[in-house]
Design a binder for this molecule. Structure first.
Ligand SMILES: Nc1ncnc2c1ncn2[C@@H]1O[C@H](COP(=O)(O)OP(=O)(O)OP(=O)(O)O)[C@@H](O)[C@H]1O
Ligand SMILES: [Mg+2]
Length: 350
């Protein structure tokens, strides 16, 4: 499986609204070893709902990470998500794979709500369509969003060699760490600060992707408003630390109310998916992202869906040497999932 491949070292760089996360891997025989992992938290207004608002602050965060860890690699893989991204399974009427490219170019505009002139688009072939033609996963991203990500990276003197989308990076990390069998239907959730990526796969085939604008910020906002706290105290409380004059019951009730909102969004998405893919049953859920660690969330998902639910471990099959700060792997692990998936792009066949 791991024959000779042309690979180039890339640092996986996940620029999220809570912080910049970086991962560098190296191949060791048939395994991966962690070379570098780090994160730099960002202020609240730097990246908002997946859009870079303050490129200088992002550049500074990238600089700090590379300097602190003495990372020499200048090539990075990054990803985008949120409202400027559309991922859609479509059937195009092409008689052969050779005709596919033109068919996608011709048919794509009718499937997207953005002006085709303002977007980048790409597609992955999934296989023959149900009644002829081909099924493809169409990926559309607004150009200005990608340009902002590229700019932040080039100002930090790095080269944005790959710009992916979060959901596919998530899937990369899943395949490498969990080696799913071909018929394993799994929902991958990545719940960050402002966006939840929901990505449903069968084995290694992507079936359905949706980004929902909810995440950890909603918990913080609710605690802040309802309990009259500062942002910092609300964050602390959310993460299980003590804050004076707040009862555990009050906290639990507010957290639960936000978890119910997230749950509803997940239910709606699963229902919609089931309507479009008859007879497909999701068999398990993995939850990545910092918000995976919200008290009670995993249990709530288990109860509600009646299937196994686990917190995603992006380092499950990755060797972690002793010089790596364990906190980054143990405590911050779920937050590193997208960065791990991006770092794995170094080993793509080219
Ligand atoms: N132990 C914890 N318990 C609960 N929430 C946590 C914990 N640790 C981090 N979080 C929350 O996780 C979120 C950050 O997660 P993550 O790094 O995955 O998001 P992001 O990628 O920056 O955001 P986005 O993808 O939405 O732009 C924050 O809202 C943070 O408060
Ligand atoms: Mg994220």
């Amino acid at each position: 499986m791991f024959g000779k491949k042309k690979s180039k070292p890339l640092v996986g760089l996940d620029i999220g609204s809570s912080g910049v996360k970086a991962v560098e891997l190296r191949r060791k025989g048939d395994d991966y070893e962690l070379l570098n992992v780090d994160l730099e938290n960002l202020g609240q207004d730097v990246v908002v709902d997946g859009d870079i608002m303050d490129a200088t602050a992002v550049k500074d965060a990238i600089d700090s990470i590379f300097r602190r860890n003495k990372i020499k690699t200048r090539e990075v893989a990054t990803s985008v998500s949120g409202h400027s991204v559309i991922v859609k399974r479509i059937t195009v009427s092409a008689a052969s794979e050779a005709e596919l490219h033109n068919a996608v170019e011709y048919e794509a505009p009718q499937h997207i709500t953005f002006d085709i002139a303002d977007v980048y688009h790409d597609y992955h072939v999934l296989g023959p369509g149900p009644t002829g033609g081909y099924d493809v996963m169409l990926v559309v991203v607004k150009q200005d969003k990608v340009l902002r990500y590229r700019n932040a990276i080039t100002t930090a003197q790095m080269n944005p060699a790959v710009v992916d989308i979060d959901a596919f990076a998530l899937q990369n990390a899943y395949e490498a760490n969990y080696e799913p069998s071909a018929d394993q239907m799994t929902a991958l959730l990545n719940i960050g600060a402002s966006i939840m990526n929901i990505h449903i796969v069968r084995g290694s085939v992507p079936l359905f992707t949706r980004d929902v604008p909810v995440g950890g910020n909603q918990y913080t906002d609710t605690l802040q408003k309802e309990l009259d706290l500062s942002f910092e105290d609300a964050e602390k409380l959310k993460k299980g630390q003590e804050v004076p004059n707040v009862s555990l019951e009050a906290k639990a009730a507010h957290i639960r109310s936000v978890s119910d909102i997230l749950l509803l969004e997940i239910q709606k998405t699963f229902d919609f998916f089931r309507q479009t893919a008859s007879g497909e049953n999701i068999q398990g859920i993995y939850v990545a992202g910092g918000t995976a660690k919200i008290e009670g969330l995993v249990d709530l998902l288990k109860e509600d869906f009646g299937i196994p639910v686990e917190i995603f471990d992006p380092f499950r099959r990755i060797t972690v040497p002793n010089n790596i700060v364990p906190e980054m792997v143990r405590e911050q692990g779920p937050r590193m999932t997208v960065a791990v998936g991006l770092a794995l792009r170094s080993f793509d066949e080219s």
